[in-house]
Design a protein around this ligand. Structure first.
Ligand SMILES: [Ca+2]
Ligand SMILES: [Ca+2]
Ligand SMILES: [Ca+2]
Ligand SMILES: [Ca+2]
Length: 648
């Protein structure tokens, strides 16, 4: 014990001494970021202060370097009008790019926001806002069509083009990638020889092709071995409005990859939701993509299908590969397919040895499942099927252009769904099956509770869609929600009496002013605020909310040292921030109940009013008189943090 502590102390001292050599290099607009990058030695950070930088940045053969927002307002790196990549990194290790807004004014073929190419390890791209990266010089156009030109652009592209040395330990987390006209490319793409990656917590939307793609065995990069992104996770992302006008795309795609977990994502309003394939097989005949697990995802209102499993080429006899030894488990699919058509919830093709169990599959039309060519050894168990038509149907491709309809019994036979844990056709009784905003939580009388596969034990690290333990009670529940694993939510009644807040800790307090305590809590649907005081204004207030837990994004509040609000609630109305630091707001729809007096401000707002609401948010409450702040909580410093609770 003593020796260990001594060793730890020496290590800590060594770390401290090494860090003394590292410096923070501050950049103020419009100074050159590149000048500071070029001066960096290992351990240095380049802190980009608020402003717009019409520049591009190159980081080549550098190790242990951080390029980040200084946190005093939006730092926009906009490209220099000629560089293909706004931030270009090659052959570097331990590189972090964080908190920046990244654009590319070039808007020509193969533009990217951030590109990493070559080899290296420990790359982190986090908390950036990447927008308007387009292959063509025009503003957002969801109907754009590049024809057969093949051109593209990427928000983030990480390309392992060295067959003998991978890019390893890649983290792409908590970024927003939006409004990119990507042609034949993707919002976030990991390609080629990449090993050990995590794409987590990103918000990807309004992309004219695939939102998130891990891509292998393609002609780019042209490497003959190790051309498969491997051993990664794509989890906790939100992907919507990734709609391609010229080909059938998915919002999240694992194509020619190996051992990828696609878990706990929310995927809606796309063409396909999640797709798994092996489209290309350059230098590898009869290629297979395997170990791709689609787990605990909420997938709804995608116009073609929720999940497409297996390669393209339903009927074309091409050289496309297969997907094998993979699984679809614990997902909830709700009302995908915007019209009655060949596909609705799940489509399988060129796939074998696929386990499919514990899923809630709630269709909009009769058609639930489509089994195309090249499918074998499908093992379904303990799924709960249901649809608005209240009759199950599936279809199987039995020859070129020939489809056979299957009833539930025939489908069970096809999918080896027999014996114990046979799938059921029953209303899963989720809390809401509204196609555009479903609530997948199970009602207390749901037939899905404790009805999942018997003997199931969660996979390592697996949690339900709420982040709660995946198994509670005698058996796992069907669908994304495991019930009964939490205490009940606080019962807040917005009535001007704060006795229902007893036992909830304040996140900010003060003395000697009119507002004294600020409390925040939530249930599954709503966020609540409770403020007590004396001599407060009878009506006027403002609540500022930093919903992405990033002080560098959103409204920069001069009354605080750090703020970054995405939303403002002012006198019962919600506003979303639309500026670049100064006062600039747009009214948005919300359901707000408020009760305001000289001693209490109590308020509830629907969580769905916020485009994204992180698990930790930061809040400021201001009591106003004649639009002047009379008192505020917290009094100064940073907004007060609140971590949402998981409860039912
Ligand atoms: Ca259970
Ligand atoms: Ca739950
Ligand atoms: Ca109350
Ligand atoms: Ca923010």
């Amino acid at each position: 014990m003593g020796n260990m502590r001594k060793a730890a102390m020496i290590a800590a001292l060594l770390f401290y001494c090494l860090n003394l050599l590292a410096v923070d290099r501050h950049v103020y607009a419009p100074a050159s970021i590149q000048t500071q990058i070029d001066a960096c030695v290992a351990g240095d950070r380049v802190l980009v202060h608020t402003g717009t930088y019409s520049q591009a940045v190159v980081i080549a053969n550098k190790n242990n370097i951080t390029l980040t927002s200084a946190g005093d307002g939006e730092a926009i790196i906009a490209g220099n009008g000629s560089a293909v990549h706004t931030i270009y990194i090659e052959n570097s290790s331990t590189v972090t790019i964080s908190g920046l807004t990244i654009r590319n004014t070039r808007k020509q073929a193969w533009s990217t926001g951030i590109t990493f190419i070559g080899t290296g390890s420990n790359l982190t791209i986090s908390g950036n806002k990447i927008t308007e990266i387009s292959y063509v010089n025009k503003s957002w156009d969801p109907t754009d069509n590049p024809g057969s030109s093949g051109v593209g652009a990427n928000g983030i592209a990480i390309v392992g083009d060295n067959a003998s040395s991978s890019i390893s330990n890649v983290s792409v987390i908590n970024n927003e990638v939006s409004y990119c006209i990507t042609g034949w490319s993707e919002g976030i793409a990991l390609k080629g020889n990449i090993n050990n990656f995590n794409i987590e917590g990103n918000n990807v939307h309004h992309i004219t092709n695939i939102g998130i793609d891990v891509l292998g065995l393609a002609t780019y990069p042209n490497i003959t071995t190790n051309n498969q992104p491997s051993n990664g996770t794509i989890k906790g992302n939100t992907a919507y409005n990734c709609i391609c006008n010229y080909t059938d795309n998915g919002a999240i795609y694992a194509d020619g990859a190996m051992n990828v977990l696609i878990a706990n994502n929310k995927v809606y309003n796309n063409k396909f939701g999640i797709t798994v394939g092996c489209e290309n097989q350059i230098n590898k005949v009869n290629a297979t993509s395997s170990g791709i697990h689609v787990r605990n995802n909420l997938i709804y209102n995608n116009s073609l299908a929720g999940i497409l499993y297996g390669s393209n080429g339903v009927n074309n006899g091409s050289t496309e590969g297969t997907v094998s030894h993979s699984s679809i488990t614990g997902n909830t699919l709700v009302k995908n397919a915007s019209s009655s058509q060949w596909a609705s919830e799940i489509v399988l093709q060129n796939a074998n040895n696929i386990d499919c169990f514990n899923n809630v599959i709630y269709g909009r039309y009769g058609q639930m499942f489509t089994v195309a060519t090249g499918v074998s050894a499908i093992n379904c168990r303990a799924n709960c099927y249901y649809n608005s038509a209240a009759s199950f149907s599936a279809s199987q491709q039995t020859g070129p252009g020939t489809w056979t309809g299957l009833d539930l019994a025939a489908f069970r036979t096809l999918t080896n769904d027999n014996g114990t844990d046979q799938s059921i056709f029953s209303d899963p009784l989720i809390s809401s099956a509204n196609a555009t905003n479903p609530d997948p939580h199970l009602q207390s009388n749901s037939p899905c509770i404790n009805a999942g596969k018997s003997g199931f034990s969660p996979f390592s690290g697996e949690v339900d869609f709420d982040g709660q333990p995946r198994l509670n009670g005698a058996r796992v529940d069907i669908g994304v929600d495991e019930t009964g694993t939490t205490s009940s939510c606080p019962a807040i009644s917005v009535n001007g009496n704060l006795s229902d807040w007893n036992g909830i800790a304040a996140i900010a307090t003060a003395t000697g002013q009119s507002t004294l305590t600020l409390k925040v809590t939530n249930n599954a649907q709503s966020l609540f605020f409770g403020v007590s005081g004396s001599g407060m204004d009878n009506s006027q207030y403002q609540i500022f909310i930093d919903t992405d837990n990033n002080a560098g994004t959103g409204y920069q509040d001069s009354q605080y040292g750090s703020s970054g609000a995405e939303y403002l609630i002012e006198n019962g109305l919600l506003y979303r921030y639309n500026g670049t630091g100064g006062w600039s707001w747009t009214a948005v729809t919300a359901t707000i109940n408020a009760n305001k007096s000289g001693t209490v401000a109590e308020l509830g707002i629907n969580r769905s009013a916020f485009t994204s609401l992180g698990s930790t948010i930061n809040v400021s409450y201001k009591d106003m008189t004649n639009w002047a702040t009379q008192s505020k909580l917290p009094v100064s410093g940073s907004y007060a943090a609140y971590t949402l609770i998981n409860c039912q």
